[in-house]
Design a protein around this ligand. Structure first.
Ligand code: GLY
Length: 341
């Protein structure tokens, strides 16, 4: 954790965490027309309703004198610390061995800088570790034991490798698997991806997840992969992804969204076009459970999902809202908190 005084951060975090719990159940405003999808910087766009308190925390960081990367980090820290979130942070669904392995990345438009970590166990804030990788090493991406040793050396906050509730659920899953009761190995999941535009026109982003539930140990999804779970191009815009990482990372999904914006598409149309392109190439067609959010340098934003019901949060000094995105099929995206099928 950086710049902002810790006491001020914790007070604000506690307040926004309370509203975060309510937002797991909040319903989104009706889908606005594309012409209304723009806002005033500092502007934050995040996946899912739980992105709203994260955005608000990020905006508060800016309004309290923090920098853009502080804002992205603090916003995502809030989601990572939410004990009721089963898909981001140490309250997330563990892997098939009962251990939560966290992935995260962060990007700064200025300098086109990036940092990422994957398969990190027992640390509360992978986004903060990713930022430290970006700011203090020659590298972009640390994984597994190397990332954890780095986090230990930098004294990052520790936590349990799995929460008691998730451990209990994992035991049941493991028992059912042993009895060949064919439990759903692919438990629902989702991710916070946040993209941000500052008043000076610079773009930033971050992404953090516990990844796919009951995944194989060492499995890494799209979220920490630059260009897949997140991409920021300071000349054009920024995009982030949520959903089944395997269906995003094979297509460099967030990079693709940004490239469509570079060709002149509105961010919402860029998200739709990226999903169409992926569905055209993939044998599964639209049955992919993937969603994108995007934001351009003009402050235009949008989102889209393969199924209906993907909601995203948009926060500026003027308003903070949860919006519906267009879905490319009528299939359900699943309950908030998971792209369950
Ligand atoms: N999108 C997060 C993951 O698949 O790990």
């Amino acid at each position: 954790m950086s710049a902002m005084p810790r006491r001020r951060f914790l007070a604000a975090a506690t307040a926004t965490l309370a509203s975060s719990k309510a937002l797991h159940r909040a319903s989104a405003a009706p889908m606005p027309p594309v012409s209304e999808l723009s806002g005033r910087a500092p502007l934050f766009v995040s996946t899912w309703p739980f992105g709203k308190p994260a955005n608000e925390r990020a905006l508060l960081t800016i309004q309290s004198g923090g920098g853009a990367l502080d804002a992205v980090e603090h916003g995502i820290n809030l989601t990572e610390a939410d004990p009721s979130n089963p898909s981001v942070g140490l309250a997330g669904i563990p892997n098939s061995e009962g251990v939560v392995q966290l992935d995260a990345c962060i990007m700064s438009g200025p300098g086109h800088k990036a940092g990422a970590v994957a398969a990190v166990e027992g640390f509360r804030h992978p986004i903060s570790i990713a930022r430290r990788v970006m700011e203090t090493t020659k590298h972009v991406f640390l994984v597994g034991e190397g990332a954890m040793e780095f986090a230990r050396q930098h004294d990052f906050e520790r936590g349990p490798k799995v929460s008691p509730g998730q451990r209990e659920a994992w035991r049941k899953w493991k028992d059912a698997e042993a009895r060949k009761a064919r439990p759903k190995a692919d438990k629902g999941h989702d991710t916070i991806a946040m993209v941000a535009l500052m008043p000076d026109g610079n773009l930033y982003g971050g992404c953090s997840t516990s990844g796919r539930g009951y995944k194989l140990p060492g499995r890494v999804g799209d979220s920490p992969i630059i260009g897949s779970g997140l991409y920021v191009d300071n000349e054009v815009g920024a995009a982030g992804a949520t959903g089944i990482g395997e269906n995003v990372m094979r297509f460099c999904g967030s990079f693709l969204v940004v490239e469509f914006m570079r060709q002149g598409l509105h961010p919402q149309d860029a998200c739709i076009e990226a999903i169409r392109r992926i569905a055209r190439l993939d044998p599964q067609g639209f049955d992919l459970s993937i969603n994108f959010v995007a934001l351009d340098r003009k402050g235009r934003f949008g989102a889209a999902g393969t199924g209906s019901g993907f909601e995203y949060a948009v926060t500026s000094p003027d308003s903070s809202r949860v919006l519906q995105s267009p879905g490319l099929t009528s299939a359900s995206t699943g309950p908030v908190g998971g792209n369950q099928k």
